[in-house]
Design a protein around this ligand. Structure first.
Ligand code: PEP
Ligand code: MG
Length: 325
């Protein structure tokens, strides 16, 4: 079975009735990029850079970061590489960077909030990403965005980083695409406003589900309430995708839900054609896409949006996946 799946690495992800999906990889290292490419990834939809900052005693320098980003950009051979800026806080800590004790770390000092509070760290990372953009199709992605102001501030700092590189005579792509994670309900609710300011959205369902449902994604006791197929989540997805479509910007999904085969009818119904997932999910999801009729799946997806209970939606999607014809 594994060998049979491996044969699909070189095959396009296209439904039985001819609809193409783009399947990209979520990675945290060059090693994971190698695995992804072996599994036929069409680029990197999410590079989680925090792992570059972990297991060490100080912040990585601009050159150290540049070296990794450049190698990833080159290895991706012209396919898109989406580099997400530092996303620490919440569950992720750095030994050498004391974060404040917080009652609610997931609602606290996290991700873009830290970057905007510490322009020294942020500019270092932005310069490294920009320098790598001279070596491939590199795009920058900001995590945990919850307002237009944050986007404007981040864009301002990106401009400043470009100025600094210009002064040094370093090469970079001045038109580097800028995107944001949609993973906070506020961002989904103002997706139309945010779409005016950025080139693409990447929906982070892991956090979006946690925040929409007020269910801590790390808390075992309420894990049964962590329901990606909750109608409220589906509505947030729809709101986000519609805003992106109206504004003509690209939208993809990079949370765990992207690697769940049962969600394919939802993506087809919404019109999402790019999914980024863990390297281990790529071939399994592609196999499912190849065995899917987009027209039938869309029918199922449409029904899901009419149902009021997570369990009903999940059952419908599971039933759709089970019979392998
Ligand atoms: C997400 O929140 O869905 C996501 C992709 O980011 P992370 O899992 O790294 O928080
Ligand atoms: Mg997240």
């Amino acid at each position: 079975k594994k060998e049979q799946l491996q044969l699909l690495a070189e095959v396009d992800a296209v439904t039985r009735d001819g609809e193409h999906l783009t399947l990209a990889a979520n990675i945290s290292s060059l090693r994971e990029l190698e695995t992804s490419l072996k599994h036929g990834a069409q680029g990197v939809g999410l590079f989680r850079t925090e792992f570059l900052y972990m297991d060490r005693s100080e912040f990585p320098s601009e050159d150290e970061q540049f070296d990794v980003y450049r190698r990833i950009a080159q290895r991706a051979s012209g396919q898109p590489v989406v580099i997400r800026t530092l996303d620490i806080g919440g569950d992720k800590q750095l030994d050498y960077f004391a974060l404040p004790e917080e009652d609610n770390p997931f609602l606290g000092y996290r991700a873009i909030r830290i970057s905007l509070d510490r322009p020294d760290l942020f500019l270092t990372q932005l310069r490294a990403i920009l320098r790598a953009s001279a070596f491939g199709d590199v795009r920058v992605l900001y995590p945990m965005i919850s307002s237009v102001d944050e986007v404007l501030q981040a864009k301002e700092l990106l401009k400043r980083a470009m100025g600094q590189l210009g002064d040094r005579g370093e090469a970079y792509n001045a038109d580097i695409p800028v995107g944001i994670m949609i993973e906070v309900p506020a961002a989904a609710a103002i997706a139309d406003l945010l779409a005016e300011e950025v080139d693409f959205f990447s929906i982070g369902t892991n956090d979006l589900v946690q925040y929409v449902l007020a269910v801590d994604r790390m808390n075992e006791q309420i894990a049964h309430m962590y329901h990606p197929y909750h109608p409220a989540v589906l509505r947030m997805l729809r709101m986000t995708v519609n805003a992106a479509r109206d504004r003509g910007i690209e939208v993809s999904v990079c949370g765990e839900l992207a690697g769940d085969e049962r969600a394919i009818p939802i993506w087809l119904e919404l019109g999402v054609s790019k999914l980024s997932m863990s390297p281990q999910s790529l071939l399994r999801v592609k196999h499912r896409v190849l065995n899917t009729s987009a027209a039938e799946a869309r029918d199922t997806g449409r029904q899901c949006f009419r149902l009021g209970r997570s369990g009903e939606i999940e059952r419908l999607l599971s039933a759709y996946v089970t019979p392998v014809r």
